[in-house]
Design a protein around this ligand. Structure first.
Ligand SMILES: Nc1ncnc2c1ncn2[C@@H]1O[C@H](COP(=O)(O)OP(=O)(O)O)[C@@H](O)[C@H]1O
Ligand SMILES: Cc1ncc(COP(=O)(O)OP(=O)(O)O)c(N)n1
Length: 271
């Protein structure tokens, strides 16, 4: 019996709130042996993304190869992939090493407005990466771009989720964090013919940097431990709810402050 392990293929956030840093903190907190393939280095903090430096393709490929030759992650998540060329390398590695349980967080634009996926790379992500995944976790603007459907209410949200399923992925977790008019923050786990609503109270806070990364890393952790997608998503939702509800104040000006990856409250059933 091996210790559960998970891989994050994502960008680095030097401020520590999102990206690879959020993923590894979450894996560690959930007792998962975490590994990383870094696609890009960003210079960012809670205020803004100042610069984005995609790594040379050879560097990304060498990391994928190093992992693939020596490890078999029980589950893998992708975050910031930046370019079509990087997506092609990632899809090839997933196929070559037969990595199971792929979760795609289709990171496109940061809360502060920076481009983290070149618009021209979206079709490549949909054509060659999406069919390899068991789950994709778009927020509302990402789901609108992927599906081409404007989300104005629950029926249009459900329709957008089903449209994404029809592109070749069995489960879509459509996150409701951007519906700021609502008293709850409800995410919808959508398949071709079902949907499950997962609600939590909407918390009025500035500490929402890295919520999407942290949620998808927590779900990936649940999958690495052998949970079903439904169970892993429900555990992930509890984890992010606590991470937002009990934020930490580190010494920064905190425009979009970090969530709390320790999530010490109410976590008895997470471990
Ligand atoms: N203010 C909030 N209160 C409670 N939950 C939130 C809040 N903002 C986001 N969430 C939750 O955080 C997770 C990430 O959501 P979202 O912000 O939509 O994604 P992203 O970070 O990718 O934009 C979801 O589970 C969502 O419901
Ligand atoms: C390197 C890197 N990857 C992803 C993000 C986006 O993270 P997300 O969880 O969607 O949170 P916000 O940045 O939108 O607050 C990022 N910023 N940097």
């Amino acid at each position: 019996m091996f210790y559960p392990s998970a891989l994050s293929i994502a960008g680095s956030d030097c401020g520590g709130g999102a990206g690879i840093q959020a993923d590894l903190k979450t894996f560690q907190e959930l007792d998962i042996y975490g590994m990383s393939v870094i696609t890009a280095v960003t210079a960012q903090n809670t205020q803004e993304v100042k610069e984005v430096f995609p790594l040379p393709l050879q560097t990304v490929e060498a990391q994928l190869q190093a992992i693939g030759e020596d490890f078999t992650p029980a589950s893998t998540k992708t975050g910031m992939l930046y370019s079509a060329e990087i997506i092609q390398l990632v899809a090839s590695a997933i196929k070559c090493y037969a990595w199971p349980q792929i979760v795609i967080d289709p990171v496109m634009i940061s809360k502060s407005g920076a481009v983290l996926l070149q618009p021209s790379a979206m079709d490549t992500m949909l054509d060659i990466l999406l069919p390899l995944a068991c789950l994709i976790t778009p927020n509302i603007p990402e789901a609108e771009l992927i599906s081409g459907i404007e989300i104005v209410d629950v029926p249009s949200l459900y329709e957008a989720g089903q449209r994404i399923c029809s592109m070749g992925v069995p489960h879509v977790l459509l996150k409701g964090g951007h519906r700021e008019d609502s008293v709850e923050s409800t995410d919808y786990l959508i398949t071709r013919d079902t949907y499950l609503a997962l609600s939590s109270p909407r918390i009025h806070t500035r500490h929402t940097h890295g919520t999407g990364c942290t949620l998808s890393a927590a779900i990936t952790s649940g999958l690495a431990k052998g949970n079903s997608i439904e169970k892993a998503v429900s555990l992930g939702k509890k984890f992010i709810m606590n991470a937002i509800a009990y934020p930490i104040e580190v010494d920064s000006r905190h425009l979009y402050g970090p969530v709390n990856h320790w999530a010490y409250a109410d976590r008895g059933d997470m471990r």
